[in-house]
Design a protein around this ligand. Structure first.
Ligand code: ATP
Ligand code: MG
Length: 403
C-alpha cells in the first residue's frame, strides 16, 4: 500500500497563542532537516495540521524517524484514492488488513467535504464497512469503541483514508525556545538533562572539559558519541571541547584539596558561560540532581553557581538515579555512558571533597592566582565539532572496535 502523505497533529503547541506561528515554522524546519536525504518530500504546515507529502519516498521509512521529533503529538499515514467507490473500498480493506489481529473491532468514519460526491456519509460508512467485513474473517464492528477507526475524507481533489495513529514525542519543537549550553560529561546524567531540555523546545550546544593526558582520547570519543546520540532529537549539535588540563593543575596547586572540586566546577561553569555569551545562548544546563554526590548539595550548588547570573537549568534536580537511568536507556545513551573511561573530574576528585563549601572561603583561595590568562588560552584552543544525525548510525559499532 502506498501512502500519499503523513498527517501530523501538533498537540501542545496548538495551545500557545501568539507564539504558535513560530512553533509551527520551527517544527516544519526540523522535519525538513530530518528528511534532508529525501529530496522529493514536501512539508506543508497549516494552522492545525502539518502534511508531509511523500513524493517518491517510502512512508514506512519516514514513520519511525518522526518518533524523535519534539512538538508532534501524533501522526498518521494517509492513502489517497480517486472519488471512486471501488477504490475507496479497496483502500479501506488494505488499511484494516494491515493492523488486523484476531478478534479486533473496527468502524468506518466517513466525512464528505465535497457534497457533490454521490454517497452520503451514512451510505459511505455502510458501503465501505460491509465490504471490509465481508473480506476479513473474524472481524467485528464496534461503532462506540473500535480498535481500528478508518477515517475516510471525501474532498474535491480526491479521497483520503487513514487508520493508524502513532503517538509522537510530545514537547515543543527544538529551537522554538531559544538556545542553551549543555555541560556534557561522559556520565549518565548530563545526556538525559540535554534530552529533557530539548524536549521543552530549547536548542542545545554541548560543552565538554577534558584534561589530556590525564583523560584519554577514548574518554573524549565517548562524549562525541553521546552528543551524536542526542542529534536524533535536533538534527545537529555543536560540541565545544575545552582543554582544561592547565587550569585543573593550577587549581590543585593553589586550592586546599577538599575545595578543589568546588573550584573546578566554578571554572567550568564560568568558561561555559563565556562560550554561551559568544554563541548567543540564554542559559546553561547541567545533569545535577540533588543529593547524588558531594558537588550536589545545595551549599555546593550555591558556591559553584556564584560565578554567574545566567540561569542554570537542572532538569534532573528532583529525579532519582533509577528514574534517570531508565530515561538514559530509553534515549539510548546509557550503554555509552557506562563505558569505563575516566572523566577529568573523576581523576582529580579528592578523596573527601567538602559537601558544604563556603563561598567566601573558595573565593579567598582562588584570589591568590590569576587564572585569566589560562582561561583565555583554553577558550582560544577550544575544538568545536558540529555533529549531525546522519553520522549517528554507526558510532557504537565504531566504538566497539576500540575495545
Ligand atoms: P554526569 O552523570 O552527568 O557526569 P554526575 O552525576 O557524574 O553527572 P557530577 O560529576 O557532579 O555529577 O557532575 C555534575 C554536572 O557537571 C554534570 O551532570 C555535567 O553537567 C557537569 N560536568 C561534570 N563534568 C563535566 C565535564 N568534564 N565537562 C562538562 N561538564 C561536566
Ligand atoms: Mg560525572
Amino acid at each position: 500500500m502506498k501512502y500519499e502523505r503523513i498527517l501530523i497533529r501538533y498537540g501542545e503547541i496548538s495551545t500557545k497563542g501568539r507564539n504558535r506561528k513560530k512553533f509551527i515554522s520551527q517544527l516544519r524546519y526540523n522535519i525538513l532537516g530530518l528528511l534532508q536525504d529525501m529530496p522529493t518530500v514536501k512539508v506543508q504546515a497549516d494552522r492545525d495540521r502539518l502534511h508531509i507529502y511523500l513524493g517518491e519516498e517510502d512512508g514506512e521509512v519516514i514513520l519511525p524517524r518522526l518518533q524523535n521529533i519534539f512538538g508532534i503529538q501524533s501522526y498518521s499515514p494517509v492513502v489517497k484514492v480517486e472519488q471512486d467507490i471501488e477504490q475507496i473500498k479497496e483502500a479501506a480493506l488494505q488499511l484494516v488488513k494491515k493492523s488486523f489481529v484476531h478478534g479486533i473491532t473496527f468502524k468506518v468514519a466517513a466525512r464528505r467535504a465535497d457534497k457533490s460526491f454521490p454517497y452520503e456519509t451514512n451510505d459511505l460508512n455502510y458501503e465501505v464497512g460491509s465490504y471490509v467485513l465481508k473480506n476479513i474473517e473474524d472481524l467485528k464492528v464496534d461503532v462506540k469503541n473500535p480498535d481500528i477507526k478508518v477515517n475516510v475524507e471525501v474532498r474535491k481533489e480526491g479521497v483520503y483514508l487513514s487508520s493508524e495513529v502513532f503517538e509522537g514525542a510530545g514537547g515543543m519543537p527544538v529551537g522554538s525556545s531559544g538556545k542553551a549550553m549543555l555541560m556534557l560529561s561522559g556520565g549518565i546524567d548530563s545526556p538525559v538533562a540535554g534530552f529533557l531540555t530539548m524536549k521543552r523546545g530549547v536548542e542545545i550546544e554541548a560543552v565538554h572539559f577534558h584534561s589530556p593526558p590525564f583523560t584519554s582520547e577514548r574518554a573524549k570519543q565517548k562524549v562525541i558519541d553521546l552528543a551524536k546520540k542526542l542529534t536524533r532529537f535536533s538534527g545537529q549539535i555543536k560540541l565545544h571541547i575545552v582543554p582544561f588540563t592547565e587550569i585543573q593543575q593550577l587549581i590543585h596547586k593553589q586550592v586546599p584539596e577538599n575545595y578543589t572540586m568546588t573550584s573546578t566546577r566554578r571554572y567550568m561553569l564560568r568558561i561555559t558561560d563565556m562560550i554561551r555569551e559568544k554563541e548567543n545562548g540564554l542559559a546553561l544546563v547541567t545533569g545535577e540532581s540533588l543529593g547524588q554526590v558531594a558537588s550536589q548539595t545545595l551549599e555546593s550548588m550555591q558556591a559553584i553557581n556564584e560565578v554567574t547570573n545566567t540561569p542554570v537549568l537542572r532538569p534532573l534536580i528532583a529525579m532519582d538515579k533509577l528514574e534517570i537511568i531508565e530515561l538514559a536507556k530509553e534515549i539510548d545513551t546509557h550503554d555509552i555512558s557506562i563505558l569505563p573511561y575516566e572523566d577529568c573530574c573523576t581523576i582529580f576528585t579528592p578523596p573527601a571533597p567538602k559537601t558544604k563549601p563556603k563561598t567566601e572561603k573558595i573565593k579567598y583561595y582562588e584570589s591568590f592566582v590569576d587564572f585569566e590568562g589560562l582561561i583565555e588560552t583554553a577558550i582560544e584552543n577550544i575544538e568545536t565539532i558540529t555533529l549531525s544525525g546522519s553520522e549517528e548510525k554507526n558510532t557504537l559499532a565504531e566504538f566497539e572496535d576500540l575495545l
